[in-house]
Write a protein that binds this ligand. Sequence first.
Ligand code: ATP
Length: 445
Amino acid sequence: MSPAPDPSLFDKVVNLCKRRGFVFPSAEIYGGFRSTYDYGPVGVLLLRNVKEAWWRSMVQLRHDIVGLDAAILSPPAIWEASGHLQNFTDPLVDCRNCRERFRLDKLDDPGECPNCHAKGSFTEARHFNLMFKTYAGPVEGAGNEVYLRPETAQGMFVNFKNVLETSRKRPPFGIAQIGKSFRNEITPSNFVFRTREFEQMEMEYFVPPDEADKWFDYWCDERMQWYVDLGIPEDQLRLRPHDEEELSHYSSATSDVEFLFPWGWDELEGIANRTDYDLRQHAQASGETLDYFDPALGERYVPYVIEPAAGATRTAMAFLMAAYDEEEVAREGQGQGESRTVLRFHHRIAPYQVAVLPLSKKPELQEPANEVLGLLQPRYTCDYDETQAIGRRYRRQDELGTPWCVTIDFETLDDRAVTVRDRDSMAQDRVPIDGLLDHLEPKLS
Ligand code: ATP
């Protein structure tokens, strides 16, 4: 049986994000800008680690997937051919009573306004296109429109031929991309879960059409395992196939990886069989040939595409939620009880892998502290903190999710050893500085 969602977790994580510098509301000094967020000093590390872990599993550890970084600004021709200009819409309804706007497909009860509880007060649904439009060049007007991409995927389709010709890859092969996407969401909500500017991690895997079903199943399994390997408990994840009406205009099958958020199950990633829809559309609209000649079969075909499409910012939020824990512990060094908040991140996801903490600011501890930093920084992202009582510094690192703290004390001056503290068990080991890298390496690889 799966665990129940914990609604109280939401505010706890959002508060911690602000307090510790993970995520700030954008333009906060001007009163905030509800639909976007800024990633602070530790949030930017967390987000980089999420993206790095994805890139590592998708590109670095494979030989069949290459990377791409395509432009965000794109001409209408791309979105005309992809179908987004016509189909990338959400059904928008207004409440005639309180004037709030809603996305019809996300309402629990389409007969009652969740804001003012008026019944039957909604207008007819209008189709609202989610793409942001702007103008290229000095003249704002017809013919100069460009769009901010609402997904990174089209960059891979329009570069299919370039990649095929330059990378020596042959189907089955993939193109991976991480980058910003923009959607004029009707109701941005739930912190960084749904924002108007966000980051995606998408991969288009081009396969022979008769192998598409096999590869779809393969990618569903691979992607579920990625979250589990990085520490999300299996019972907080599920794979949910879309039913017929829910499918996007380009898809013949889609399954969502869902996470148990504080408000219930919701999407982290969609894995879709996009068929040959996109390549055919772009081939037809551009006049280019976007297919593959298979010399073994002696025939040409338009590859089918299996797409795992994840959100980097949304996934970072899921890692935060899954990592959050509170527990009663004996106060370190004092034997009294207290509660601590700890983010039990996997070490690849944690913003800092190691914190270097000289016990005091006295100059004689600076030299060994610098030596330890010099050893660790080339391999790991390290925090350095020399103020406050050590117990409070440990609590701060717990709230940042730092798996290991290295403390330099006055004994270090005699024995050239340091104290290594484990975030989860709070156990402390005395380790010689000369053996520190060997000690940490198996724990952080
Ligand atoms: P939804 O139904 O929630 O609007 P979607 O099914 O349209 O999302 P996709 O087009 O499949 O989403 O996008 C792939 C991934 O990109 C999503 O699973 C999500 O992680 C991320 N994503 C999409 N829209 C947003 C957004 N507005 N804010 C943050 N992440 C997003």
